[in-house]
Design a protein around this ligand. Structure first.
Ligand SMILES: [Cu+2]
Length: 135
């Protein structure tokens, strides 16, 4: 009888552990839409890597060599607030950044958007943006 009780409690523990593991988001694709007639569209792929999140931006339609500043901002694309996490400049449509000490689930729990600016000289012009939301 005691053996059965131990077995049952072990099962309950294992079930709870696997449920919490399944709940953590390991990857998320954010659709990046063109803004202000830029034609720059693509994706930002977020991948959980331990306690960090790798952000890979891939855009088409942008300049070949002009560096384009990119950030994770508070707010939505329709109403961007301040910079929450800086990202590596997009060059030739590509940018990879490891954002330290954050989880995809934390980003999903808040209100955040990834945006790209035309250039360092023209930060005020937004050329691409995607809201960080679950599919
Ligand atoms: Cu920005």
């Amino acid at each position: 009888m005691k053996t059965i009780k131990v077995l049952l409690s072990s099962l309950a523990f294992l079930t709870a552990a696997s449920l919490s593991a399944a709940a953590a988001t390991s990857t998320l694709t954010v659709a990046m839409s063109a803004q202000n007639g830029s034609g720059e569209v693509g994706t930002a792929t977020l991948t959980q890597d331990g306690s960090d999140v790798k952000v890979v931006i891939a855009l088409k339609g942008g300049p070949a060599t002009t560096p384009q500043p990119a950030h994770i901002h508070d707010g939505t694309c329709a109403s961007l607030k301040g910079v929450a996490y800086p990202l590596t400049n997009v060059v030739g449509g590509a940018s990879t950044t490891v954002v330290k000490g954050v989880t995809i689930d934390k980003l999903l729990a808040g209100v955040f958007a990834i945006n790209v600016h035309e250039s360092a000289d023209n930060l005020g012009k937004y050329v691409s943006c995607g809201n960080i939301v679950a599919k």
